[in-house]
Design a protein around this ligand. Structure first.
Ligand code: BGC
Length: 700
């Protein structure tokens, strides 16, 4: 657990008491020597991504950077135009929804450590990631940057990520706090939801970031929450984040997310960035200074903000310097590749078409623009200037090209004509196997910041292309590249093998090829439900997206993602937690043991096939007769287990009392009540193999 200051150190371990005292003592000593103007300099930007140095006190310029998947290229300093430098490349990691699909928190920690080390190499103190907004609608343009639809999965992954970043003496920044679940009207939309929904669905990953990972910085969201902008929201920032959760790091605005001096001063903002005004006119600059001078604002308000900034500056070595970091090492490349390999999800594999065998395959037609596109730079603030990026086509040629004749056909393009389809069909007809790399890209309005998708369809005529290709060659494999669910109804049943390939980073093409040819046994699981139709998903079924007259009300409440599909008994195209392997797993012998309210879940997992593989075993909790309406089942524990062929292992997972609790709005607290619960164990939210009952004796 984090210390009361929330500042952790060394591989995510809390600072020792002495070190803590000395950090706080140092903060106080610096603060005591600072003039008002110097303190003001700490709480607002002096370029797009920095705050001003204070040379008199040995405080250098502090640097922040995007983002979640790699250290962003340099811009500005006072514009968004790329600076045109040659020293601002970084490793491009798979996007965070792909990381979530690995269901491997240890790997998330390695991922974070890559980012942290590269941020240090680039002289950055704060890395503006991870983003943990819950996938409320498949259409959100930034779903690719987030961790899917489930608060428990997102929490586990994000804690690993943050520990990794901060182990490198770089501050992570968990964003966008809170309820930033759509890009449509993102800078003005006012989000309304009930307390339970907020606490049970939209806040847990942030809370875990603060209380378990000890994240040093939090970014306010662009939107309003209950009528007040999130970057200066008294309830979210002061009441919940700082008072209730004990957060003592700093709150940074999203870029141009601050709107008012009074609120910025009083409602929890500690660092204002990106405001579209000259720096001295920022809300927390001259207007704040003058307010203190005139007695409107007590100086303690500034001192609190300055303290929070100084803590993070000291913790990140901004004052003392740090060891140099490294960029693009072979370890970083390998981590990027492993995340991609573990994140790619095998959705379907009829007749064992996969893995492909080079010895038995003479020719492959690779079809689809996404086989040759590079994705690193796209998506806006999450974009990266990658050292390199292996495309899907390059990955396939690299893996199989010596033995197999690989040809490529574009198949579709945003401005493509029909003859593209005809040529692709011809290529498909002549090949033994087709690998069709389809999906979205980072152009507006697909997987990108600032816009939501208009619908869930594949663009550019891809449905027709896929149908014609599989007619020409039934041995067609579709790899879908997207950061969120797409509508697969037109073709899913007719395609024997389908993969969800995400935007899998600079090793993505190599990783895809290794999965296709069986060097890697797939182990990814979906972190979100794939609906059959957009109207099946909750916010759309209730016409509660994108809101009306500037307000969006989360009418589906707790019933987000699989919670809705289960409650309404709607069959999704692919359920949350789904993902296949080239081997098969059996679940046996579930037993529960209880001590002090903690339930220990034990079961045997068997690799019943002939190949080594990893299974993500998932534990869902069902409250049989809840006092308040609850989702039918909720994910409360999981573990990824690697088993050799024929191997059997007992898996042990603990369910703490919180796993049974719900948020009771009347008591304004989490409560676990006595009664019967069912514990389900299986390979997805709809593939539950074992169930046992548990009677909780008393509430907590
Ligand atoms: C995004 C943030 C990002 C910031 C700085 C904003 O537009 O919402 O996620 O960190 O820009 O680039």
């Amino acid at each position: 657990m984090a210390t009361t200051t929330g500042i952790t150190w060394n591989e995510g371990q809390p600072l020792e008491e002495d070190a803590l005292r000395s950090l706080e003592a140092r903060v106080e000593s610096l603060l005591a020597r600072m003039t008002l103007e110097e303190k003001i300099a700490l709480v607002h930007g002096d370029s797009k991504f920095s705050t001003a140095p204070i040379p008199r006190l040995g405080i250098p310029r502090r640097w922040l950077t995007d983002g979640p998947h790699g250290v962003r290229q340099e811009v500005g300093p006072h514009t968004w135009t790329p600076a045109g430098r040659t020293d601002d490349f970084s490793t491009y990691m798979p996007v965070d929804v792909c990381l979530a699909a690995t269901w491997n928190p240890g790997l998330a920690e390695e991922y974070g450590a890559v980012l942290g080390e590269e941020a240090r190499a680039r002289g950055k103190h704060v890395l503006l990631g991870p983003g943990v907004n819950v996938m409320r609608t498949p259409l959100n343009g930034r779903n690719f940057e987030y961790f899917g639809e489930d608060p428990h999965l997102a929490s586990r992954m994000v804690v690993g990520y943050i520990r990794g970043v901060q182990s490198q003496q770089v501050a992570a920044c968990v964003k966008h706090f809170a309820a930033n679940n759509q890009e449509h009207e993102r800078t003005t939309i006012d989000v309304r939801m009930d307390d339970r929904t907020l606490r049970e669905i939209y806040l847990p990953a942030f809370k875990a970031a603060v209380q378990e990972a000890g994240v040093w910085t939090v970014m306010g969201a662009y939107n309003k929450f209950r009528g007040q902008y999130c970057c200066h929201n008294d309830f979210l920032l002061n009441a919940v984040l700082k008072r209730e959760w004990g957060f003592e790091g700093l709150v940074v605005s999203d870029w141009a997310g601050a709107h008012d001096t009074d609120e910025a001063v009083r409602c929890g903002l500690d660092l204002e960035m990106g405001t579209e005004k000259p720096y001295p006119d920022y809300y927390l600059s001259t207007p704040f200074l003058e307010g203190i001078r005139s007695g409107k604002y007590p100086e303690e308000l500034l001192d609190d903000k300055a303290r929070r900034n100084l803590r993070v500056m000291i913790a990140t070595g901004a004052l003392d310097g740090r060891e140099p970091g490294f960029l693009n090492t072979s370890d970083h490349q390998e981590t990027a590749r492993r995340v991609a390999e573990e994140g790619i999800v095998l959705l379907k594999n009829e007749g064992g078409l996969l893995p492909l065998d080079c010895a038995k395959t003479k020719s492959i037609a690779v079809i689809g623009q996404n086989a040759i596109l590079k994705f690193a730079a796209g998506g806006d603030s999450a974009g990266v200037k990658a050292f390199y990026e292996v495309t899907a086509l390059e990955g396939i040629v690299g893996r199989a090209g010596e033995k197999v004749n690989v040809c490529f056909s574009l198949g579709y393009a945003p401005d493509g004509g029909a003859e593209l389809i005809e040529r692709a069909v011809e290529a498909a007809r002549q090949a033994d196997v087709v690998i069709l790399v389809a999906g979205l890209n980072h152009d507006k309005p697909y997987d990108t910041e600032g816009a939501d998708r208009p619908d869930m369809k594949l663009p550019f005529g891809q449905d027709a292309l896929i149908q014609k290709v599989v007619e020409a060659n039934p041995r067609t494999i579709v790899a879908n590249v997207s950061g969120a669910p797409v509508d697969m109804e037109a073709w899913f049943d007719r395609i024997p093998a389908v993969l969800q390939a995400w935007y899998a980073g600079m090793e993505g093409g190599a990783a895809l090829a290794r999965v296709l040819f069986g060097d890697v046994n797939p182990s990814g699981k979906l972190p979100c439900t794939f609906p059959r139709r957009l109207e099946d998903s909750p916010a759309h079924a209730l016409d509660a997206y994108p809101g009306r007259d500037g307000v969006t009300v989360y009418e589906e409440g707790l019933f987000v993602g699989y919670r809705w599909f289960d409650a309404k008994e709607i069959a999704p195209r692919l359920p949350f937690g789904h993902g296949l392997s080239y081997t098969a797993f059996a679940y046996e012998n579930l037993r529960l043991a209880e001590a002090d309210g903690r339930v220990t879940v034990r079961f045997d997992l068997v690799n019943a096939g002939g190949r080594e593989g990893a299974e993500v075993a998932q534990v869902y909790v069902e409250d049989v007769a809840p006092r308040l309406p609850r989702p039918l089942r909720e994910l409360k524990a999981f573990q990824k287990v690697l088993l050799g062929p024929g191997e059997r292992r007992t898996v042990t997972l603990d369910l703490e009392p919180e796993a049974f609790a719900f948020f009771d709005p009347e008591q304004n607290a989490w409560v676990a009540e006595p009664g019967e619960f069912r514990i389900h164990v299986g390979g997805s939210s709809r593939d539950l193999r074992l169930t046992e009952s548990y009677r909780a004796q008393r509430g907590k």
